[in-house]
Design a protein around this ligand. Structure first.
Ligand code: MN
Length: 297
């Protein structure tokens, strides 16, 4: 009886979470909506004031089975990972880290930047072929832009209205930053479901006003999106083919079973080499055992 109507806009509120030294607005996952396509995590970080010596301050921690997509809107941050990458990311740039079977990284202050930091960090659940593959890291400083009437879009991942991101993409999905000044119409891929996450401003979508901290969800079957800015707005549009299988997320891992999570947890606790080493001044992040382990003992 209360199945959502596929034609309706579903409005979801983000919740606040603490990540490193920052409070973030988490649009995904939510109880009602775990994923949009393979997008399984979306944290709007900041805007916050950072200094040369204090920024995100997220010490070395592991990932498996997912890609992290970091898009900065303001400021600079430093990424270090177990592949030896040491990369400053600045506003308008993208970091894409593929965990595959395992990687670890830290997100730090740059040592030179002081000012506002704002961005979004997204996770993509990897498909069965790539999730057991090798880790990798890409930095993209120059992403394609598209004019969409009274809006301008930067294509972070995938194809959007005639432009293609150079970033590695293993499954059918898209991620776009759209700055909307007025009325804007854009083409959608009908096989995709979409989430429109408002970072700044106020937009009208399907007759509803959406402000920061909300995400509008649209099911598959649409071929266009009309956004009307009531104020100059920044939105992130995520889309993808709905997942056909359940994914299982625990801490920084995406898997299919508890046993896979147990193995990842053991490897990080034992520092057995699966997740490599990060050359970082910050302390390694530890976590408690998965909740099901205490039930089984
Ligand atoms: Mn991370």
């Amino acid at each position: 009886m209360d199945e959502p109507n596929d034609d309706m806009l579903e409005v979801l509120s983000s919740h606040h979470a603490q990540v490193g030294s920052l409070t973030v607005r988490r649009a995904l996952p939510q109880r009602r909506r775990r994923t949009v396509g393979a997008w399984c995590f979306a944290d709007h970080m900041g805007p916050a004031d950072v200094t040369e010596g204090s920024g995100l301050d997220i010490g070395p921690h592991p990932h498996a089975g997912l890609q992290t997509v970091t898009w900065l809107i303001d400021g600079q941050a430093l990424h270090r990972d177990s592949l030896g990458s040491e990369q400053v990311i600045s506003s308008g740039e993208l970091n894409l880290m593929t965990a595959g079977r395992g990687v670890s990284h830290a997100e730090e202050a740059t040592g030179h930047y002081r000012g506002t930091l704002q961005g979004i960090q997204l996770w993509i659940a990897q498909d069965d072929a790539s999730r057991v593959g090798s880790p990798g890291f890409e930095h993209h400083g120059d992403l394609p832009r598209v004019d969409l009437g009274e809006a301008s879009a930067t294509v972070l991942m995938g194809d959007f209205n005639g432009a293609r991101s150079p970033a590695r993409r293993d499954s059918e999905l898209v991620g776009v930053d759209v700055r909307v000044m007025g009325i804007s119409q854009m083409a959608l891929e009908p096989t995709f479901e979409y989430g429109v996450i408002v970072l700044e401003g106020l937009i009208e979508l399907e007759g509803q006003d959406l402000g920061p901290g909300t995400m509008g969800y649209l099911g598959p079957g649409r071929d266009e999106l009309l956004l009307r800015a009531r104020q100059p707005s920044t939105v992130i549009v995520l889309g993808g083919v709905p997942l056909e299988h359940e994914i299982f997320m625990w801490w920084n891992f995406v898997a299919r079973t508890h046993a896979e999570i147990d193995a990842a947890y053991d490897s990080w606790r034992d520092n057995d080499g699966r997740f490599g080493q990060v050359d970082s001044p910050l302390a390694r992040i530890e976590t408690v055992a998965p909740y099901w382990q205490s039930r089984e003992s």
